[in-house]
Design a protein around this ligand. Structure first.
Ligand SMILES: C[S@@+](CC[C@H](N)C(=O)[O-])C[C@H]1O[C@@H](n2cnc3c(N)ncnc32)[C@H](O)[C@@H]1O
Length: 322
């Protein structure tokens, strides 16, 4: 196993500050930053009269501070985090094949966000559904599903208080979203809802970073991504640890460059922390889950891990008991 990686995404997608990762896989669709817009924002020759060349050269694009939260900008989130999903997709399907005691056709993602994984599963022929607290993310997710001819099957709901009409064969929650539940009792409620949502023999694949006994010092990470003329640099850093409350506070910044200016958004959120004992106790609190296998964020189905107090990132393959 490599070092701790991102508190959010893990090693396969991220790298530490100073070596920003450029997502070269992004497609050049969807961006409205056309060359036409570029021309519109150029100062006209009339405006240049009387200004020195130096003044023109140093003219900075306008910076707009975006209001709201990072999840309120699904297009930006999806550009940064939505293009490199192959490792997760392969791994999840390997889990379905190796550990489910039923054929997996219907899958569900709690806290699905923009549905970066849902849409890929839909394209592979799975029946998909998801929920998320954020209306804008759900709207983005459903519009994309419809664009590809799939039903808009994502709904606004709280992952610790929801019910599905019919149970699914498998569910997944891979990149720490679960740690947004800031209290152990909310996490326990989530495990109960998920046990109701998954049919016997089905799976819940749950990935999160643990707080190991040895101090992991991953405190700051950056990503960059570009599509057409839209460029985003995203930075996330740890600002506080409150061990008594088991909370870590992170700040995240989007720095968006468009032909007609710059946008900046800063947001803050908490993650509930887990050590190995705490996460095992949580799983045991819902007897309808058994641990079928344990992996790390390398997402290598050939390499299960053994949990110990040094484990930093973990993916539980939980099976719903019959
Ligand atoms: C890091 S994003 C992950 C989105 C998606 N699962 C993915 O892999 O790209 C975390 C998501 O959790 C959602 N979220 C946070 N708390 C939630 C809750 N209590 N119920 C449902 N969704 C929640 C946020 O709105 C956000 O979309």
């Amino acid at each position: 196993m490599t070092d701790a990686g991102s508190p959010w995404l893990g090693n396969f997608l991220t790298e530490k500050i100073g070596i920003p990762l450029t997502k070269s896989g992004s497609k050049s669709t969807g961006s409205r930053a056309t060359s036409k817009k570029l021309k519109q924002t150029k100062p006209s020759s009339k405006k240049l009269v009387g200004k020195s060349a130096a003044a023109v050269a140093t003219k900075k694009p306008k910076t707009v501070r975006l209001p709201g939260h990072i999840y309120d900008y699904p297009k930006y989130y999806d550009l940064i985090f939505g293009s490199d999903c192959q490792a997760e997709m392969d791994f999840l399907q390997d889990c379905f094949a190796c550990f489910a005691d039923r054929k997996v056709k219907k899958v569900f993602e709690p806290a699905c966000g923009t549905g970066r994984l849902m849409v890929r599963f839909a394209k592979l022929g799975y029946q998909i559904s998801g929920n998320d607290l954020n209306e804008k993310a759900i709207d983005f997710c459903n519009r994309r599903l419809e664009k590809y001819g799939f039903p808009p099957s994502a709904v606004v709901a709280d992952m610790c208080d929801f019910q599905l009409k019919k149970p699914v064969d498998a569910a997944f929650n891979t990149i720490n979203s679960f740690r947004h539940l800031e209290k152990p009792e909310l996490a326990a409620a989530h495990m109960r809802c998920m046990a109701d949502a998954v049919a016997p023999g089905g799976l819940y694949v749950l990935g999160l970073h643990l707080s190991p006994a040895t101090d992991a010092d991953v405190v700051e990470e950056t990503w960059t991504a570009a599509r057409g003329n839209l460029k985003i640099r995203s930075k996330m850093w740890l600002v506080d640890r409150l061990p008594a409350q088991r909370l870590e506070t992170y700040r995240m910044k989007y720095d968006v460059t468009k032909p007609n200016g710059r946008e900046v958004l800063e947001d803050q959120f908490n993650f509930l922390t887990y050590d190995v004992k705490q996460v095992l106790a949580l799983i045991a609190s819902e007897p309808r889950w058994e641990i079928a296998a344990v992996f790390d964020f390398a997402y290598d189905i050939q390499t299960p891990i053994v949990l110990d107090e040094k484990t930093e990132d973990v993916v539980f393959v939980l099976r719903r008991t019959k």
